[in-house]
Write a protein that binds this ligand. Sequence first.
Ligand code: UDP
Length: 231
Amino acid sequence: MKRVLLKLSGEALAGDKKTGFDEATCIGVAKQVKQLVDDGMQVAIVTGGGNFWRGRTSETIDRTKADQIGMLATVMNCIYVSDIFRHVGMKTEVFTPFVCGAFTTLFSKDSALKALDEGKVIFFAGGTGHPYFSTDTGAVLRAIEIEADTMLLAKAIDGIYDSDPKVNPEAKKYDELSIQDIIDQKLAAIDLTASILCLENKMPMLVFGLNEENSIVNTVSGKFNGTKVTV
Ligand code: UDP
């Protein structure tokens, strides 16, 4: 693997606090990504926004407006996490699909690839820039655009299960399954739009728990304890 896209769910960024940021978790992520970068890997990051806001959970305001707030939540997440990355010694750049003034750079494939070639860890904030999509879909889209070798999906749980392990203690974890299985079994690991995009563009995924010690580095170096998703 030479180039990966790491998707961090918003929930995972919050650690045990469930909302906002857990600094120790984010520093832990940054130190692991630094190891990958120091070993010559190009890394792009997408964060979710669920630690602040999810558009679909608001029952009062208009969905488009609610989703805009969700997209802005992911911008806050990326600005925070990218600065933690700088704190541990990496160069970073945050891209958005809409203008955020001087806070971020407007996304284009060319400028993103240039930043990777300059040794920066790049962040794709703001999802797809459109309502009714998720950051999972934004992550798959950007992974395809930058021609990543694989997507790394770091989650609050350690892989893909046949049912929710928080609800069903008998839930079974998969070591490996295909995108088609995820679609057929309607598994909640990644949303349907994102799954279809992965399927059509043959983008594989490694799904693992962010809370497990050194899990990002372990996943990349083959000591993998999560679920491998084949195309
Ligand atoms: N969102 C959106 N379009 C996108 C990506 C995200 O409208 O392309 C909004 C949507 O409201 C979503 C929120 O941003 O609920 C946060 O993203 P997501 O729920 O994917 O975060 P996660 O659940 O992975 O933490």
